[in-house]
Design a protein around this ligand. Sequence first.
Ligand code: XMP
Length: 473
Amino acid sequence: MDLGLSYDDVLLVPKRSSIKSRKDVSTTSNLTKKIKIHVPIISANMDTVTESEMAISMAELGGVGIIHRFNTIEEQVDEVKKVKRYRNAIIENPLTVPIDLPITDLIHLGAKHKFSSFLVVDFNKKLVGIVTSRDVRFKQPGSLIVRDVMTPKDKLIVGMSSVSVNKAKKVMVNHKIEKLPIINDDWTVAGLITSKDIFKKALHPFSTLDSKERLMVGAAIGVKLTEIKRAKELIDAGVDFLVIDIAHGHSDHEIELLKKIKKEFPKIEVIAGNVCTPEGTRDLIKAGADCVKVGVGPGSTCVTRLVSGAGYPQISAIINCAKVADKLNVPIIADGGIKLSGDITKAIAAGASTVMLGSMLAGTEEAPGKTLIKNGKKIKIYRGMASFGAKLGKDSKNSVEDNISEYVPEGVEATVPYKGNVEEIIHQLVGGLRSGMSYVGAKNINEIRGKCEFVQITAGGLRESHPHDINTV
Ligand code: XMP
């Protein structure tokens, strides 16, 4: 029988290091065969962790988020679109409003899309003005329509569709304008450039961006063959990669779906999982996986190992799976069980290219769900996707007809402390990773990944690792 070890069972053995400052360490890594990210952290595809708000922040900070699938296709597509619209070099399909739209409707539209301005078009889709929230502020909407308050065409500065983004930026700076509508020769709308997008880029230089400088986002799909429809709609909405998300990914039906998706949509990269063995990793890669998600039962809300008796301790699972994946040149994600920044360093040293986090991000402002107060402390709800509550929520949205009384949960529902903005958490985690890399003398991910010496520790060693024999304040 093999010995299976997890994060708390091991430490990295420090090595001679030439690193003078942790800032000199690069954390850029491969998410999939083709996609690189500067911060090797992914927010989990769980309904209490990742919707558009989390995915936007994660991608801005250099990581990435995966929109969960426990919603209708329309809802999931909507979340993907919100991320893709958030930042653009040029917004190619800006939302437009008709010139005769009542101001009351405009206000609703602004609230729905979280936009403060819209381009105004006539019946032939030609640009006739721009309307911003400032134009309607302090006005009684009453019977007013867009035409009454907009800035009309003759007062607009516009750019032609042939203009380069750099030239457009100069025009905006010279005229001190925040929005530059881009038009075709016949004045139909070709796009929109906003100063906000330019500012966002300057604020977050390491963001995870696609070729059009939009934030990247992934989305999860289930394993039923009907999920091909979900995949297609997500791809049409601009999703950058898909995640086939099932608990036991080393299964015939996942392999079948993976092959089908890679055949029907050869350009989209697919992350497949979850597995915990070299055989599972190999089979998914052979079926076309561009990345494999590793982790059966390590998650903080998981009771899979207790309920089913199956699973594999996570550090050993990563080491075993990475050996196979490396030979086939495919990255792996260490998914679940990470509770400290040191665990991220250990996961990557064991062979993972990136890590997926649930509980560490579920308490942040950007995670879905309201912040609640319990015993005077702020908390948020975090639940396993195989928990009873998640199952009930999913069924109410997808009208699955399973008999709920026969359901055997493999996850629990919990609360986590409120943690403020995700940016602060990611900052701490990346700081910890950089520190770990400097302890083993690794200047980049290639120099640490799968190349470190681990020492197995005892309960005494673990006790020694934590603050001890003092009263912490
Ligand atoms: P952490 O430890 O970061 O783990 O909270 C997040 C990962 O846990 C997995 N997950 C589950 N596993 N039953 C399980 O056995 C569940 O109900 C469940 N929900 C989530 C998932 O891989 C996630 O990324």
